[in-house]
Design a protein around this ligand. Sequence first.
Ligand code: FPP
Ligand code: MG
Ligand code: MG
Length: 384
Amino acid sequence: DTFAGTNVDPLRIVGKEMKFLTKNIQQLLGSGHPILDTVAKYYTKSEGKHVRPMLVLLMSRATSHTAKAPQRTPVPSASTVNCPISPPSVLSDRNPLFQADHPLSASSIDTGYANANSDILPSQRRLAEITELIHTASLLHDDVIDNSISRRSSPSANISFGNKMAVLAGDFLLGRASVALARLRDAEVVELLATVIANLVEGEFMQLKNTALDEAKPEWTEDTLSYYLQKTYLKSASLISKSCRAAALLSQNTPEVVEAAYSYGKNLGLAFQLVDDMLDYTISGAELGKPAGADLELGLATAPLLFAWKDNKELGVLVGRKFSAEGDVETARDMVARSTGLEQTRALAQEYADKAVYAISGFPDCEAKQGLIEMCTKTMKRRK
Ligand code: FPP
Ligand code: MG
Ligand code: MG
């Protein structure tokens, strides 16, 4: 258990709510087309860390007792949030797949929300599921782009089903996430999560085409690191920060609390991705459950390499050709290992993790706040 040996276990604090997560996500992903149904649910069958939904639930609980702003928006009833959107899984001409959807006509299904008697709202629990859906959609697409072979210790969806079905399944997840989001009946929250989807693409594009680098003659400048951090915000921290913000909005918190929730998510999200980029150099693929050392192979210069480059300017030539010449990947890996790149990456991640803790220091003391703080410690200690 990754949470052993500490006094607060973030997973235990929101354990009751987390118990419903995977089942509910699978319900959101039902399709009348049996193969689409299988591909869409594929990544829900293996063990993810569920970091994003856990953060949303912890933030929801931690901000459930803070000062409230005047009602911004009507709170949707549990039956609006819970209303099923998945048709039965048999194709026939009477199947709802071929009929116009009736958004709110069907009777409510038991998602475990109505009777859970919790200080976390049904809309906040649904938000937790939506964040996992958006994240999983991005992984389906990412594994196609990276031509990856494994994810969560199993063959990746592109390997099991091919690129076409993996891409379409990702789009399907985004569609269903959008329906669930609309059901929250909160325009500001819809806007936040729609922006996240755009940000994910922008971050991935910045990674694909680095406009801050002159590929013919790449030089290390202060912009090198800020371009990387901007990209990192867009591809990782945007989802975490904006969903923390949305969680605080859904329970009608004051602008100060909403801003603190956002700042926590932004800083933790940056720390999380910096650690991810470090683990790509330091942990085996077997332990990670996905290919290790993949970034250099993909031509990507992440934080450990950028710090190594700052002290070894000859790395620029390799960066310029995206480590594509014979021996480049090995040379770069050696130079990173002999540099302080990994330590500097860890130190920067720690700075962001500390800022995340500081952001919520004004929250009243409670178990969920301790859980949020513990998530920062876990992020720094994680090995997968
Ligand atoms: C994993 O990064 C990927 C992301 C954090 C985001 C990827 C975003 C897209 C593919 C844009 C499309 C987005 C949507 C919502 C459909 P990584 O490759 O560095 O990490 P890994 O080692 O886990 O593969
Ligand atoms: Mg990848
Ligand atoms: Mg990628």
